[in-house]
Design a protein around this ligand. Structure first.
Ligand code: LLP
Length: 439
């Protein structure tokens, strides 16, 4: 299984900047996101702070949509809410015409709160509780991707009780190696996800006979941070074969949900190319006559986000450590997946100074609290600001308050300005809801 960190040579600071059109280095203002100086944001809201670029998210949505339009493939994009579930971001994708893919009733309610209609929401996930299914069905959810025979029965029973009919797709496990990190691969037979291909035809027929469900098609999601179209091609060919076999057996198949997983360039490995992806989808599905849907998360939000931090202190202990005010509780990806994130100094003078290796770490009492090892960085003094790049997906959503660290603020950059979209959590809010018996 591939490691999360790309094996190529590490890009230097200039390379990181050059590969990211959303970032600019200004001689006076320092590093900017979409033309807005990160220093201005840190001055106003402090650090650590999440910063998201609305223009970048819109541009990436448009790039994906246009890639399919160029292939004349009608594609319904359902943003995978789990990548970044902020209401402002859900609202932005709603404005672009996206539907959503959710995995819990919490995500479902956030998404409808942001104005995305229930009928444009797909509910995925390997374990949806009775209460969650009931709430989603009562609210008129558009589609549920079922992951087991047991779940199909459960959905039918709940829907029948509510007097509604649930649109369901069966999530097929194609048994394909997505070539990504073991912790984010989902399409292998050994993974907990989906239904084995050989079990689909019988379950499809069973579902078609149940009162509470209307089985509309096949769904699939083979993993995340996938950089090649090949595993997708293999998986989608299997899905297309299944669609034909089901129809040959007299079933009606209207929908094919091809999931998400499109990888981005963290270490300047080329991200999955939308044009190549769309062309492959056209080839594999041509003549199939299905309604195509997809569920991208990271591709849309990853590159748009920055975790902006400050150096607390420099520690020289054999090697150089830069201790930041951000930590693994905010951005968990390096600790959890050995993920590589670009790190840029915010000040132009530091950006141009000569680098030497440093470990960039957080202040948490865990050896895993490391953002980067032996990273070539200039001499950065306490107070110097640093931008952890590509943190817009699976960043804030995976954070915790470990070590009683309150949640950072978040800021949305748009059209040359910036606005607070999450207030920094006050420390007393950390024990809100806690009860001391007898007190
Ligand atoms: N659809 C389903 C059913 C999924 O499980 C996922 C992600 C997606 C869509 C969206 O995948 P994306 O396009 O974002 O790759 N925390 C990990 C990633 C976990 C992905 C889980 N499922 C990380 O930080 O790399």
């Amino acid at each position: 299984m591939a490691d999360m960190a790309f094996s190529g040579p590490e890009p230097d600071l200039q390379d990181l900047l050059a590969a990211r059109p959303q970032l600019q280095m200004h001689a006076q203002d320092g590093l900017c996101l979409e033309g807005v100086p990160l220093n201005a944001i840190a001055d106003k809201y402090g650090t650590p702070v999440w910063v998201y670029g609305a223009g970048t998210m819109r541009a990436r949505f448009a790039a994906l949509r246009d890639a399919f339009a160029a292939e004349r493939v009608p594609m319904h994009i359902h943003y995978a809410v789990k990548a970044n579930d902020h209401l402002a971001i859900l609202n932005l994708f709603r404005e672009q015409g996206a539907g959503a893919d959710v995995v819990s009733i919490g995500e479902f309610l956030r998404t409808t709160k942001a104005g995305i209609a229930a009928k444009n929401i797909v509910y995925s996930g390997v374990g949806k509780s009775e209460a969650e299914l009931e709430a989603a069905l009562a609210a008129g959810i558009g589609q549920i991707n079922a992951e087991s025979a047991e779940e199909v029965e459960m959905i039918s029973a709940i829907a029948a009780r509510l007097g509604v009919v649930a649109n369901i797709a069966l999530r097929m496990n194609p048994d394909v190696d997505a070539g990504t990190h073991a912790k984010i691969t989902t399409g292998l037979a050994e993974n907990k996800f989906g239904i084995a291909a050989e079990d689909i035809p019988a379950l499809y027929a069973r579902a078609a006979s149940l009162p509470g469900v209307r089985v509309v098609g096949i769904a699939m999601h083979i993993g995340s941070q996938i950089l090649s179209t090949e595993p997708y091609r293999l998986a989608y060919e299997k899905a297309a074969e299944m669609v034909r076999a089901l129809r040959a057996a007299g079933q009606s198949v209207e929908v094919m949900d091809i999931g998400g997983g499109l990888g981005i360039g963290y270490q300047d490995e080329p991200g999955l190319n939308p044009a190549a992806f769309a062309a492959m989808v056209r080839q594999v599905t041509s003549g199939l006559d299905v309604r195509l849907m997809m569920e991208p998360g990271r591709y849309l939000t990853g590159p748009a986000g920055i975790l902006l931090a400050s150096v607390i202190l420099r520690k020289q202990a054999g090697k150089r450590f830069l201790v930041l005010d951000a930590a693994m509780n905010e951005l968990m990806r390096p600790a959890m997946y050995e993920a590589w994130h670009g790190i840029l100094p915010v000040d132009a003078s530091a950006f141009h100074a000569s680098p030497s290796p440093a470990d960039v770490v957080g202040p948490i009492c865990e050896s895993a609290d490391i953002f980067a090892k032996d990273r070539a960085l200039p001499d950065l003094r306490p107070g110097a600001r640093m931008a952890l790049l590509d943190a817009g997906a699976y960043g804030a959503v995976m954070s915790s308050a470990y070590n009683a660290r309150p949640r950072p603020a978040a800021v949305l950059v748009d059209q040359g300005g910036f606005e607070l979209i999450t207030k920094r959590q006050e420390i007393p809010a950390l024990w809100d809801g806690e009860i001391v018996p007898g007190a």
